[in-house]
Design a protein around this ligand. Structure first.
Ligand SMILES: Nc1ncnc2c1ncn2[C@@H]1O[C@H](COP(=O)(O)OP(=O)(O)O)[C@@H](O)[C@H]1O
Ligand SMILES: C=C(OP(=O)(O)O)C(=O)O
Ligand SMILES: [K+]
Ligand SMILES: [Mg+2]
Length: 583
């Protein structure tokens, strides 16, 4: 087995040569896993190769690399072929307007509902920075969701956006029915409501709520507290009559269709047989089949309890969608998911801090520390993480967020979550675009603050690779990100087929943006969820020299980079780090 690490400079102003030779040696040693005592010279053009073989000790070879070749080849490359590179039209404008450094790193997910399902509204969200459109199978029909998917795809094709689609399953939670078509109902203090598992043929009787869980009437006891949406409205169980449960409203509020229900006894959440319900219900399986046939990019699974269900789902998807293309997101929103957090995150392709239901299952004051823990575990295990629910809840009704909401969004950005998500704000609120604009501006501002203050704590990133080759990729990315920060480069370039190398770079949360080049449209869309990645679709070969020439000329033709920009390139074909100025 032979692996090589490659370090190449072509610029006479190569920043690397300004480092002390001890620093160079230790930097290279850390790249090559060789003793830091090895010495070498590097003036101007440098190429360093460390060959690691099974039996012998590592060798380091330093050689001249012929600096003229890049420029000559770049001249040959066809600048008219700029169409051969695809990047999200909105990001392209942002990059040109704000420069590399100021592009947004935190990704934005919008739940699509009645307020945003039209093409014009979807386009306004795409222009406003939506990276992922989420459809929640808890609401609406499959036909309704199919039309949304088609509209998003059409916009991507016609307008050059790269919005990914996330389908979120309903899951086996206990929730209320549809309120007989009403958009909401008000429960007042002292009123008596009936929660029933009966199926009503005609209109719902007054003060009656349908419950979707068969075992409901048997599982609750007189005296239990019934919480709607984690406490937005509260009832006390006063009487059980067959399938009907009579409840007294103790905290008034608005009942919304399909609102989640939990019941509490002596201050603890009651988890009777409902805890035994399958994570993926039969309805969810049909929705998953729908998601696979619609080729959605992400499937988010509600109320995940263990890794087992994710492994099962992943083999199910792999059998039906052999070329891959669908990532599985585990929603952390139950006590069980917190208990089994690491195994769940490991088995997933990403996670969501689903604070809505999580806050109904654990005391509210525990949600912030749970969020921090989940974000941290995901980053350590190299999985993208979304912070979701109530980020800008007041903006469902008002055009301006509260100061507390802005502080909450800032905290998620400061924790360097990969993505933030809007739910009701974009699905059924009055100001979806304004809410998205708040997420965008707060993200950009806090990211800038964080870079200025350099207050990024050095998080220990444990090894995640399962093979030696994986470990080399990981070390390369950690070193490249560190070099990018130390040298103040303009961008990191990564050439990646599967996207893995790009996510390893993203995990390091470097100061500069990461241009991720990939050959597959679906990989490109999925990279859209990850922190700091600007995904491009580009055909490339195993020849890095060629790839770089091609990329430079295409990006220059588009006005996205210019001569003299300093970039660091890594790739998963040739495990290498190259530092260079754009010719
Ligand atoms: N496809 C849809 N059709 C109708 N209403 C929707 C749809 N998606 C979301 N909504 C509305 O937006 C609200 C917030 O969305 P979300 O947080 O995804 O759902 P939930 O409140 O059930 O957790 C929902 O309660 C519902 O009122
Ligand atoms: C995102 C969540 O899930 P859903 O909106 O599907 O309930 C949540 O509970 O916070
Ligand atoms: K859901
Ligand atoms: Mg939920």
């Amino acid at each position: 087995m032979s692996q090589s690490l490659h370090l190449v400079s072509r610029s006479p102003h190569f920043t690397f040569s300004a480092l002390s030779s001890a620093h160079k040696a230790s930097l290279l040693a850390s790249l090559c896993r060789i003793p830091a005592s090895s010495s070498f010279s590097c003036n101007g053009v440098l190429s360093l190769t460390a060959s690691i073989s099974d039996s012998s000790s590592p060798r380091v070879v330093v050689s001249d690399n012929g600096s003229g070749s890049v420029r000559a080849a770049a001249a040959v490359a066809d600048s008219a072929a700029s169409a051969a590179i695809e990047v999200d039209a909105v990001t392209e404008v942002e990059l040109k307007e704000n420069g590399f450094r100021s592009t947004r790193r935190t990704k934005l997910v919008c739940t699509i509902g009645p307020a945003t399902c039209g093409s014009e509204q979807l386009e306004a969200l795409a222009v406003g920075g939506m990276n992922v459109a989420r459809i929640n199978m808890c609401h609406g029909t499959r036909e309704w969701h199919k039309r949304v998917i088609e509209r998003v795809r059409k916009l991507n094709e016609e307008k050059g956006y790269a919005v990914a689609i996330m389908m979120d399953t309903e899951g086996s939670e206990i929730h209320m029915g549809d309120l007989g078509g009403a958009s909401s109902a008000k429960a007042e203090d002292g009123e008596i409501w009936t929660f029933s598992v009966r199926a009503f043929d005609s209109a719902l009787p007054e003060y009656t709520i349908n419950v979707n869980y068969e075992g409901f009437a048997e599982d609750v006891k007189v005296g239990d507290e019934l919480l709607v949406d984690g406490g937005m409205v509260r009832f006390e169980v006063i009487e059980k009559i067959g399938p009907d449960v009579k409840c007294l409203c103790t905290d008034p509020g608005l009942l919304l269709p399909r609102a989640n229900l939990t019941f509490w006894r002596d201050g603890s959440l009651v988890r009777e047989r409902n805890a035994m319900l399958p994570t993926i219900s039969s309805k969810d399986w049909l929705d998953i089949d729908f998601g696979i046939s619609e080729k959605v990019d992400f499937i988010a699974i509600s109320f995940v309890k263990s890794a087992e269900v994710l492994n099962h789902l992943k083999s199910y998807i792999a059998a039906r969608s052999p070329h891959g293309g669908i990532s599985v997101i585990a929603k952390i929103e139950s006590i069980d998911s917190l208990k089994n957090l690491e195994e769940i995150v490991l088995a997933s392709d990403g996670a969501m801090v689903a604070r809505g239901d999580l806050g109904a299952q654990i005391p509210l004051e525990q949600v912030p520390s749970a969020q921090q823990k989940i974000v941290q575990v995901c980053r350590q295990l190299n999985k993208p993480v979304i912070v979701a629910s109530q980020l800008l809840e007041s903006m469902i009704e008002y055009p301006t967020p509260t100061r507390a909401e802005v502080a909450d969004v800032s905290e998620a950005v400061r924790q360097r979550a990969d993505a933030l998500m809007l739910s009701g704000e974009s699905a059924m609120g009055q100001y979806p675009e304004k809410a998205l604009a708040v997420l965008r501006s707060v993200s950009v501002r806090i990211e800038k603050w964080w870079r200025e203050e350099k207050c990024h704590e050095a998080m220990v990133l444990p090894p995640v690779g399962s093979s030696f080759s994986d470990s080399i990729s990981e070390e390369i990315c950690i070193s490249a990100a560190k070099m990018a920060n130390n040298l103040g480069v303009d961008a990191l370039f990564v050439y990646t087929h599967s996207g893995h190398m790009a996510s390893l770079l993203s995990r390091c949360r470097p100061d500069c943006p990461i241009f991720a080049f990939t050959t597959t449209p679906s990989v490109r869309r999925r990279l859209n969820l990850q922190w700091g990645l600007i995904p491009f679709r580009l055909s490339f070969s195993d020849d890095m020299e060629n790839n770089l020439n091609k990329t430079f000329s295409l990006l220059k033709a588009r006005g996205m980079i210019k001569s003299g920009d300093l970039v660091i390139a890594v790739s998963d074909m040739l495990q290498s780090i190259q530092v260079m100025n754009v010719p």
